[in-house]
Design a protein around this ligand. Structure first.
Ligand code: 13P
Ligand code: SF4
Length: 350
């Protein structure tokens, strides 16, 4: 666990991190992207961190890859690339900088390292895990293979490199149905998200999909009854759910897609009112670009994603902590599973 007292004293010795309204005023193009969701007072506290991170990024020749669930000050203030898991994996292969700072959870940093092993990949907090990635090990994959002999294993990218290496191919929430449909086999094992698997099973009814019993602690909290109740109070609201939600929640929604799919849907459809049935930062990050859309309803916070803060990103670049390492043989197996996914999804999209 990070020693924040030590980190704060070290950072204070090297940077002027006091809230600075004048510096904040100079960063008005950044603030203009988040002024609906961040107060001027808070932005004055973020500004010195944003300035220090962006200066260090240039000094270290680093690129920041940030997931769509990062907070707005990270997403709009310091990220070089933002996206869903698939976009970040593809972008990781293209990074020219020497250092990648992965602002997301650990499996995402591992994926970047596996796909671009010559880079130093840093994660600002090693404890940024994922309930799905923690729900299965290689032994779980072996158990599923023994139960369904000959069936290919499609593992969600929300898994460790060891699990990816033990799988035949990966998928993300944006390509899961296409990957499963694109395989020649009738029975397909999907791990570790039972809800993603059940949602895919509805989209690919001619396949016999079997699944591991994992779930996302953020998306499993939503219920179809809550959505029905919300809709009855707020008629006309477009409900948009991530496919890690239970199938009855997805059935209750107007659209389901990956985080990038959700953003694209909102941008295209411009609904008057939208409820994003996913992590809270999603609506905050796209509020400014979609001024005609009123984002309504409850959201759930991912405690793992929220471990990544501006302070920890600055520390990461300052100290070059913590590099993500993956055993070479495991990395090669994982790389093949992720590369098969990228190749198949690009082929199917062509
Ligand atoms: P996306 O690939 O849709 O961004 O999902 C990643 C994730 O962890 C969602 O909970
Ligand atoms: Fe994992 Fe769920 Fe958090 Fe995504 S939202 S990182 S799936 S725990």
């Amino acid at each position: 666990m990070l020693d924040l007292t030590f980190i704060r004293s070290e950072l204070a010795a090297h940077y002027d991190l006091a809230p600075d309204p004048d510096l904040a005023a100079k960063m008005s193009p950044i603030y203009a992207k988040i002024d609906k969701v961040v107060t001027p007072f808070d932005f004055a506290t973020f500004a010195p961190y944003i300035a220090a991170i962006n200066a260090l990024k240039a000094e270290r020749n680093a690129a920041i890859l940030a997931h769509n669930y990062m907070t707005p000050e990270i997403y709009h203030g310091v990220a070089d690339v933002v996206g869903d898991s698939l976009q970040l994996a593809i972008e990781a292969t293209k990074v020219q900088a020497d250092v990648i700072v992965q602002c997301g959870v650990h499996f995402m940093a591992e994926t970047s390292k596996v796909l671009n092993p010559s880079k130093i990949v840093l994660i600002p907090d090693m404890d940024a895990g994922c309930s799905l990635a923690e729900s299965i090990t290689q032994a779980g994959i072996a158990e599923m293979r023994a139960r369904y002999p000959g069936a290919p294993v499609v593992s969600y990218v929300n898994t460790t490199a060891e699990v990816k290496a033990a799988s035949d191919i990966c998928c993300t929430s944006s390509n899961a149905a296409q990957i499963v449909a694109g395989l020649p086999d009738e029975t397909v094992i999907m791990t570790p998200d039972k809800y993603l698997a059940q949602n895919v099973a509805k989209l690919v009814p001619h396949k016999n999909i079997v699944w591991w019993d994992g779930s996302c602690i953020v998306h499993e909290q939503y219920t179809a009854e809550d959505l029905r109740e919300f809709r009855s109070w707020n008629p006309g609201t477009r409900i948009i759910a991530h496919p890690e939600c239970p199938p009855d929640v997805v059935a209750e929604s107007d659209f389901s897609g990956s985080t990038a799919g959700i953003i694209a849907y909102v941008e295209k459809e411009q609904p008057e009112k939208a409820m994003l049935v996913t992590e809270c930062s999603m609506a905050s990050n796209i509020a400014e670009a979609n001024p005609a859309v009123d984002f309504v309803g409850p959201c759930n916070m991912c405690p793992y994603m929220k471990k990544i803060t501006l302070e920890k990103i600055l520390w990461s670049l300052h100290s070059m902590e913590t590099p993500v390492e993956v055993d070479a043989a495991v990395a090669e197996g994982a790389r093949q599973a992720v590369q098969r996914m990228i190749d198949l999804s690009q082929k199917l999209a062509a």
